[in-house]
Design a protein. Structure first.
Length: 469
């Protein structure tokens, strides 16, 4: 059995240069397509086993048209790029495994799923290609080893046939479904794929926009059950909770369907007019969910979150020694307080409550994305929301002040709605969530990440040792 790979070697095997080399040497020759750009759009690390990266790849084909030079352009401006008669985008996924035994399990599963299939990666059949020496694989969306029905859910013809059989449950008025446009809204490799479906009808007045979600495992069925139960909670919540209306779960495609909620996602501008009202809505939504008694699995445990942070201490030591020291001290202090702090009440929990899970539409808000709906202590949802209120790299003092005001308003409103809520572990949960943000920033390593990580870990220690506002 081989040795365990380091994060550095895994990233080297799956970075932009490696993806570009794979495309230019193994995928594009003989196709007529030219690589225009490969840009990493996503990365995820799940210690101690797996790392993912995803690239949005732009391709061109045909005789390139060179734009005429503009004499008035600033000399520092980028040179005009050629335009191709045909251009398209594909998504390339890389997955690497650190442990040799984990790689062997993965490679065996890929062989069971796909055999020796090669397919055409540019025609929807980009099956995994394995690289045993570096313990990584490349594949192309919509192929996904953990979501075998993803490609069918992305196929307009297949979805059209399905929707025609479901039209009475989908459409608001009698009409004939004539076509379905499919747009990928989000793809998280081996987790979920979300599609925006525009249903065209005759007469056109019956046309409707809905969303569909394919999830790994049995997540779609579970999401439908949770959302159906929460829909009834929302109807009785007197405006405290609003969610997209669930439509159905289609087991043949593992596809959960829901109505499109109005509005746009709340952005990271803490000074925007809708940000504080959205925070008050989030507090009310959390209170309604916590009181709902909707059955929830699995459990989110504080101890598990601490173990995740334990698992990245060595990585911090290699790339940011000062942050490693801050994280180590933080974990020591959290565990010291945890040992003599009573457990809180366990309640149904959104599981990923953050400002960007809200849609706003002319003063009305909708809470979305219940993929991580779980049972957890009272403070888990609240601490996550508060931990993500603060910008890791604020554009100005106004953003930080607005975040502090939003945090106080959020906690005040929640406690007003649930005055007897058990919150004795809130500081511990918030410190852990800030630690998780630091961990994510370390993985992403965007410009300025070192300073952002230090700031998050310092804030985590401050929150741990402060009282609730």
């Amino acid at each position: 059995m081989g040795t365990m790979l380091t994060l550095g070697s895994v990233q080297e095997a799956t970075n932009t240069a490696a993806a570009t080399r794979y495309l230019e040497e193994s995928v594009l020759p003989g196709t007529g397509w030219t690589l225009l750009e490969a840009r990493r759009r996503y990365s995820r690390l799940e210690p101690p086993e797996t790392y993912w990266a995803m690239y949005r790849v732009k391709l061109g084909r045909g005789e390139p048209i060179l734009p005429e030079a503009d004499a008035e352009l600033d000399e520092d401006a980028p040179e005009p790029q050629p335009v191709y008669p045909e251009q398209r985008e594909v998504r390339l996924v890389a997955r690497a495994l650190f442990k040799p035994e984990a790689w062997q399990r993965f490679a065996s599963r890929m062989h069971d799923l796909y055999g020796s299939a090669s397919g055409d990666p540019l025609d929807g059949h980009g099956y995994p290609v394995l690289f045993p020496e570096s313990q990584h694989a490349f594949w192309f969306y919509p192929v996904d080893p953990s979501m075998p029905t993803l490609a069918a859910a992305a196929n307009p013809s297949r979805v059209l046939r399905l929707f025609r059989t479901l039209k009475r449950g989908l459409l608001d008025v009698p009409a004939r479904i004539t076509a379905v446009d499919v747009k990928l809204a989000r793809y998280v490799p081996e987790v979920n794929g979300i599609f925006e479906y525009m249903i065209h009808t005759a007469p056109a007045a019956g046309s409707k926009r809905i969303f569909g979600k394919v999830q790994a495992g049995h997540g779609g069925r579970r999401t439908h059950q949770v959302m159906t139960a929460l829909w009834e909670v929302a109807r009785a919540a007197e405006g405290r909770l609003a969610i997209p209306r669930p439509l159905s779960f289609q087991p043949e495609l593992s596809l959960y369907l829901e109505e499109a909620a109005p509005g746009a996602a709340v952005t990271g501008d803490r000074t925007a007019p809708h940000f504080l009202p959205g925070t008050l809505f989030a507090a009310g939504a959390a209170a309604a969910i916590h009181e709902s008694e909707v059955p929830a699995e699995p459990h989110i445990r504080l101890e598990h979150e601490l173990e995740r942070l334990d698992g990245v201490q060595d990585q911090f030591a290699h790339v940011h020694p000062q942050a490693h020291f801050l994280l180590r001290e933080l974990l020591i202090h959290i565990r010291a307080k945890l040992s003599h702090t009573a457990e809180e009440e366990w309640l149904p929990t959104h599981g990923d409550l953050k400002y960007d899970q809200l849609l706003h539409d002319e003063g009305r808000f909708t809470l979305i994305d219940f993929d991580y709906f779980s049972l957890a202590e009272t403070s888990a949802d609240l601490a996550r929301y508060c931990a993500y209120l603060f910008p890791s790299m604020p554009r100005g003092w106004e953003q930080s002040v607005a975040a502090e005001e939003a945090r106080k308003a959020f906690l005040d409103h929640y406690r007003e709605l649930r005055p007897h809520a058990t919150l004795q572990r809130f500081q511990l949960w918030e410190a852990v969530m800030l630690g998780n943000r630091a961990m994510t920033a370390m993985w992403a390593q965007q410009r300025g990440w070192e300073r952002a990580v230090e700031g998050l870990l310092v804030m985590a220690m401050e929150r741990l040792n402060s009282r609730l506002p």
